[in-house]
Design a binder for this molecule. Structure first.
Ligand SMILES: [Zn+2]
Length: 458
């Protein structure tokens, strides 16, 4: 009897011990589940608490500004009329049911020399932020001048053509067409893409770091570097084109920025000095010395992490990587977004387009001069940047592998899994490992119970 009771007690002890073991395992599993769940939830890229600054302030003046559809039609018209100089391609990419389309216009006089890498390559992106419509108007103006339908004042066309013969220019007129459509539907403060991610925080250099004044409505970096189709397209484009000059065109202030955005210093050395000297010349010649010049991080008043220009400089190794801020109305109310980021009257509108198109063509000329002086090398990659720069594992995966893949053609297409997918698979793998461990442990604890009880009862 007593033995039985003792046996019973021991059995209970044992079982309570094993159940407390199970409890701990359960809690661990729950913690993991919670951890993964939050991760997966964030993968939607939507911020439930984001406040929508839908305002009834100044609307878009369509006497000055094209709709995105009309702008695209204008550009396609230019390409149709000038097939000897211009071509257009549409690249689309998709991620979790979200699709982004992007038009890329390539300018090259004398088409036969355009594929060989004998020219200076320039990549320009406009409209990365939805609300900055003026930037895409500048893209149209630059393309019109390139196709000789419009002319730069005080410029000798022959010497201009002499410069343009040495260049291939790729223009992305509307990088963030989905975000722009939101703006056109009345969300005048929207700068992010069609699912709420800031495309200038979605790149891998120092990605995801948040400053104290971080506002998810403005700066949501996405679930991972390159989580957004728009960023993926731009990365591929830059990796295959290997530009010597990159300009990310924005509005909100008047500034000529060079790296870095994620820290308040500029890179050291002569190539960095050359970047600065080009910016100083543009500012003096065409922008009335109005622009702030320096590192984005040091001049704008806040650090920005995961930006396109820092990636272009550090990973793609573009020797001249810039961010131009072409217009800003600092007196406008911060809720009156369209007014803050875009000129409202025709005089200012035209002045912005005249001044900045002149600045861009001056930059083309200065770039071509650097080739003549042997400071930029059309054949090689990024002559200015040192090759022994440290590359983080993340950048290695994100950029370096892609770069190899692009160099060797389509052979390694299988590797075209974004970091996003790799992370998801890793999560699933971890989750299943934990579940397996849990099942294994509970098995063992059951197995252990029986022999001990049996031993006592015998
Ligand atoms: Zn912007």
């Amino acid at each position: 009897m007593g033995g039985h009771r003792r046996r019973q007690k021991r059995f209970l002890d044992r079982s309570s011990c094993s159940s407390s073991l199970n409890f701990v395992t359960m809690m661990l599993v729950l913690c993991f589940l919670l951890f993964f769940w939050t991760g997966i939830c964030l993968a939607d890229g939507k911020q439930p608490n984001a406040t929508h600054h839908h305002s009834s302030f100044t609307p878009i003046n369509h006497d000055l500004y094209h709709t995105s559809g009309a702008l695209l039609e204008e550009i396609e018209g230019l390409v149709d009329r000038h097939p000897d100089k211009l071509s257009i391609e549409t690249i689309s990419s998709k991620n979790k049911g979200y699709q982004a389309k992007m038009n890329v216009v390539t300018y090259c006089r004398e088409k036969k020399e355009c594929d060989g890498k004998s020219k200076l390559r320039i990549l320009l992106s406009f409209g990365q932020h939805g609300r900055e419509l003026i930037t895409s108007e500048l893209a149209l103006r630059i393309l019109s001048i390139l196709s000789e339908e419009e002319f730069l004042p005080n410029t000798d066309r022959r010497s201009l053509n002499n410069t343009l013969d040495k260049l291939v220019i790729k223009v992305v007129p509307m990088e963030n067409i989905n975000g722009r459509r939101l703006v056109e539907s009345g969300e005048f403060c929207e700068r992010r893409n069609g699912r709420g991610v800031d495309l200038n925080r979605n790149w891998s250099v120092d990605w995801g770091k948040k400053e104290k004044d971080y506002d998810p409505y403005e700066e949501n970096p996405g679930t991972a570097p390159f989580s957004e189709p728009e960023t993926q397209v731009m990365r591929k484009l830059s990796m295959s084109f290997e530009p010597h000059i990159w300009v990310n065109v924005h509005s909100g202030m008047e500034a000529l920025f060079m790296p870095y955005d994620h820290k308040n210093t500029t890179p050291e050395g002569a190539p960095s000095q050359r970047m600065r000297s080009i910016l100083e010349k543009l500012n003096h010649l065409h922008l009335g010395d109005r622009c702030l010049i320096g590192s984005g991080g040091g001049s704008v008043g806040y650090l920005a992490h995961g930006t396109a220009t820092d990636y272009m400089y550090d990973v793609v190794r573009v020797p001249m990587a810039f961010t131009f801020e072409i217009y800003g109305d600092t007196a406008a109310s911060s809720k009156d977004c369209f007014k803050m980021f875009n000129p409202m009257d025709i005089t200012t509108f035209n002045k912005v387009l005249n001044d900045w198109s002149a600045a861009f063509f001056a930059m083309f000329r200065l770039g071509a001069l650097q080739v003549e002086d042997g400071l930029l090398h059309p054949g090689g990659v990024a002559a200015g940047s040192s090759m022994n720069k440290w590359i983080s594992i993340d950048d290695y995966l994100n950029g370096y592998l892609m770069e190899r893949r692009n160099r060797y053609g389509k052979k390694m297409e299988v590797l075209d899994l974004g970091m996003q997918e790799i992370r998801t698979y890793f999560r699933l793998f971890m989750l299943s490992s934990v579940l397996l461990m849990f099942m294994f442990c509970s098995r063992i604890s059951k197995k252990n119970t029986r022999p001990i009880v049996t031993a006592i009862s015998l």
